[in-house]
Every structure is written in C-alpha cells, then in structure tokens.
Design a protein around this ligand. Sequence first.
Ligand code: PMP
Length: 428
Amino acid sequence: MKATAPREPATSPATPGPHGAPPAFDVEAVRAQIPALHQEVHGKPLVYLDSAATSLKPRCVIDAVERVYARDCANVHRGVHALSERATAAFEGARHKVRRLLGAADSREVVFTRGTTEAINLVAWSFLRPRLRAGDEVLVTELEHHANIVPWQLVCAEVGARVVPAPIDDRGVLDVAALGRLLGPRTKLVALAHTSNALGTVNPVAEVAALARAAGVPVLVDGAQAVPHGPVDVQALGCDFFAFSAHKVYGPTGVGVLWGKLAHLEAMGPWQGGGDMIRTVSFEGSTWNDPPHRFEAGTPNIAGVIGLGAAIDWLLGLDLAGARAHEQALLARATDALSRVPGLRIVGTAPGKASVVGFVLEGVHPHDLATILDHEGVAVRAGHHCAQPVMRRFGVPATARASFALYNTLDEVDALLRAIERARALFA
Ligand code: PMP
C-alpha cells in the first residue's frame, strides 16, 4: 500500500524558563529522569561511562515506546482505523522531529533505518554502487569506525575500486591537507566520521565538505558520535548524506537515520524491495514510491522511531549549550586526572575533542582493567571499539574507554579515578 507523504506539524518550543530564558541545565534533574542510572552493580552505585556505546534512556522515551505497545499498537501507513492513524501520525511526527534536530530542509530527506550501519550500507549500495567503476576510490580517514569502512570495501570489491584512508597525526587530528591531495578524479565519495568513537576527535567536516564540493565529490558524514554532543546542522556542514543511530542519542536501539539531499534520494534506486517502497507492482514490473518511503521497505521499527521522536523532544527541551559545557567539564577533569596517573597513556589528544577518553595502562590489559572497574561499579568499554585501523595507527591492540554523557557527574569522574588507582594497586 502506498505510504502517505509526511506533513509538517506545528512544533512546540521547549518550555521557557523564568522571564522567557531557556531552562537551566541541571544534571541532577536530568539524572532523576534516567531510571537505569539508579542501581547498584556488584554492590556499588553504578557509574555508567559507556555512553559512546549506547546511552541510557530517559523515562519519557521508555514511556513513549510502552505507549505504542500498550495503546497505539498498529501498523503504519496502511490502516484507516484509529490506532493505525495514531501510530502513523506519531511515526511521521518523529520524521519532522529528526528534520528539526538536523536542521534539514525537508522531512522527505529523512530515511529511517536500523541504525548508522544500515544507513551507510544503504548509501553504499543505492547511491555509490551504480556510480562506481574499476579504479575508482572512496576516500575515508584513518579514524573511521568499521561501519564507515567495510560497506565501502564491499561495494568496491564488486567493481575493482578501492578504499583510501586519509592520515591522522599522533594526536588523532585529521590531516586535511593530505586529504585534499588524495581527492582526485578517481574519488567518487568522501566518507568520514564527524566525531571519532575511539579517540573523541571532532573532524572539521565543513572544511572537508567544501574541499570535496570544489572537486565535485559527494560527502557522507558518519554522525553516530556527533549528534549526542550536538548541535548538528547538515546544511551548514555542506554534506550530502548524514547518518546517526537513535540509541546513542537517548533513544531506542534498532533505529537510526539516513539524511540525504532530496536530489540524491530521488535519483537513487531502491535498496530493499517489499511493502511501502513501491508505487505499483505487477508481474511485468514495479515502480517505486518517492523518498523517503522508497528506502523503507517493510514494516519499520514503529516503536523505535516514535521513541526516537520522544528522545529528540527531550534533548531539545534541555539547555544544550549548558549540557555541552558540562560534558566538556567532565572531559577536562578526566583528562587532567588521567594524565597524572603513572603508566597511563591517553590515546587521542586532539584539541576540541568530544567527551570520550581512550587510554591504556602499562602492564594491565584493557579488558582486565575494565573488569576490575566493573567490580567497582564503573562501566567502561575495552577493546578495539570497532576501529581496528585506529588501534593499529596508535600501536595498541585495544584501549579502555570512558565516554561521558550529559547525565554524568564530576563525582563519577572521581569514582573512575579511584577505581583505576585500585586496579593499579592490584597489579603493582
Ligand atoms: N560510527 C560510529 C562513529 C560509531 O561510534 C558507531 C557505533 N559504535 C557506528 C558508526 C555504528 O553505529 P550502529 O552500531 O548504531 O549502527
């Protein structure tokens, strides 16, 4: 059945504070809304420092998902009954909220996917594959997540094209001049992370996009780690595609977004076939629905999309400038304290980083360190962070990574440091 075209609802601004001032950022008020923060792990209060892997969810997101299953439980785009109309309105409403979040021009540019990974694969197969010839190149950077490397390798392997990495320096800063030199007539796409999940580096995406534009090369931005620390404005960035995952921005798992310029999406063929993505079907042949539905075959993650909408409302209702300053204070405290720990090396020291700190401790494998920290109630990630080329670049097999969200506190940074001291004492 044909999907309905999205319509823009009236948007309601965040509730103003006193005298019309924006509501103040208050970490304790935020924490009170996140149920998962309030638990003990191994008899210790949870200190959750793994938000770059996935963020914890506010009550309003959990409630929005529950409401779908408890009340508005229907398929979208295909029923005239009340429940389906309610579900469809909430689903398409979320599309408008994403448009607002990303500063996009048109809600038809917002495609719902399973996550960043699926969004990048969609571009690889629907946009790039038909344009790619033997000898062509996809230009990435050395700091990419595997999700922004492997899909390009898969399409390149089909035609004899290749993936070329632009270098980063010893701090994890992208060498933009080198990237510029690698841009050439063979380059068919530049694909780069906005923010590195392993290093915290924030790439100068607008600068890279301007270089690429001058060379006539489209740009995809992996925004998985950028949206949580926003704001993001895809039009100001000047990119062609932008991908992110709901679960890293306080929303549910299993849902994400591909934003693409409408002209690109209109020119792209479908990726997967099935319900909703067609206009007509016959045994002689089928025709395609318009974007974004052309790329949303089958029943989508309805509750996930609606939960993402709730997460966006929640986020945009906060004092985001205050939240960002708070995250930067957490990062500064952690960086300063970790730098003083004997035998500890921070991996990724780019100026202007996001609140992600990767580190290695002499004589202690990152996995052992993370296990010891877990017993202290402190949740960090250990491993290659799906960024093996980055690990290779820094000569380490793995790091431990503490990643801070707007709901973390300075006391939790101190708890991390106390737990690291305990680990050092164990291995002394
Ligand atoms: N890119 C980056 C920079 C990431 O951090 C992640 C998630 N770790 C991804 C892509 C993939 O996101 P997802 O697993 O949600 O598809």
